[in-house]
Write a new protein. Structure first.
Length: 231
């Protein structure tokens, strides 16, 4: 269970009635993001309140009437997903920072300059977001915010969320280490084994992962790998 000091109030209004739970804010954010979380373990008190500050519990009749169940976990999920979550200023800042970093990670991993087909450095994305005055909602899913942010960034930097196809040729002496990296890094669309023992494959990966992909292949082959972006 989360401590009362760390919990926040999630509140849902149904008609004239209010329903509240005391929940760990990070667990609430994870639930909204679609992650599998244990709600009961992250409630400060295993109960549904009418007024949590006064310690007034919602009646079983009211819960049954408004939710069709008395199950605390199920009701708590609905309150978190459909209601309002009250954060302290410090909690909001910390959660916004955490969500902002996750959004930037997602953009860096998946976005590219559509003109050059090259990924954008993290700092370029950060600066563009600052210039655009991007607001991060600590409770909106990352995927939902990324779509909106990409549109806001387009007037500032050329950017698109795409995958690229890369042709890879690995010499036979490096197959042992490099083959697994190439095959499992993205989606393998085609592969051919050559008569000399070398391997040629076509890999589809998020555009922003190109640099990391090339670095790993070059490391295990000592630079003896051939790669080419396919149009």
């Amino acid at each position: 269970m989360v401590s009362l000091d760390d919990a926040v109030i999630a509140r849902l209004k149904k008609g004239e009635e209010h329903f509240e739970v005391l929940i760990d804010p990070y667990t609430a954010a994870d639930l909204i993001d679609g992650k599998d979380v244990n709600i009961i373990q992250n409630l400060a008190i295993d109960a549904i309140f009418k007024d949590s500050k006064k310690g007034t519990h919602a009646s079983e009749e009211s819960l049954q009437k408004n939710f069709g169940t008395n199950d605390v976990e199920e009701i708590a999920k609905r309150i978190i997903l459909k209601g309002d979550i009250q954060l302290t200023t410090d909690q909001r800042h910390k959660m916004q920072k955490n969500k902002r970093n996750r959004i930037i990670d997602t953009i860096v991993r998946n976005a590219m300059d559509p003109k050059t087909k090259a990924p954008h450095p993290r700092q370029r994305i950060e600066l563009a977001m600052e210039e655009a005055g991007v607001h991060v909602d600590p409770f909106k899913p990352v995927s939902e915010q990324v779509k909106t942010i990409i549109e806001v960034l387009r007037p500032i930097i050329p950017i698109s969320m795409e995958h690229v196809k890369i042709s890879v040729k690995i010499p036979p002496q490096y197959i042992g280490r490099a083959y697994g990296i190439a095959r499992n890094y993205g989606s393998l669309e085609r592969e051919n084994w050559q008569s000399d023992g070398s391997w040629i494959g076509i890999i589809r990966i998020p555009a922003g992962m190109q640099t990391d992909f090339y670095d790993k292949l070059n490391e295990v082959t000592k630079g003896n790998v051939s790669t080419k972006i396919l149009k």
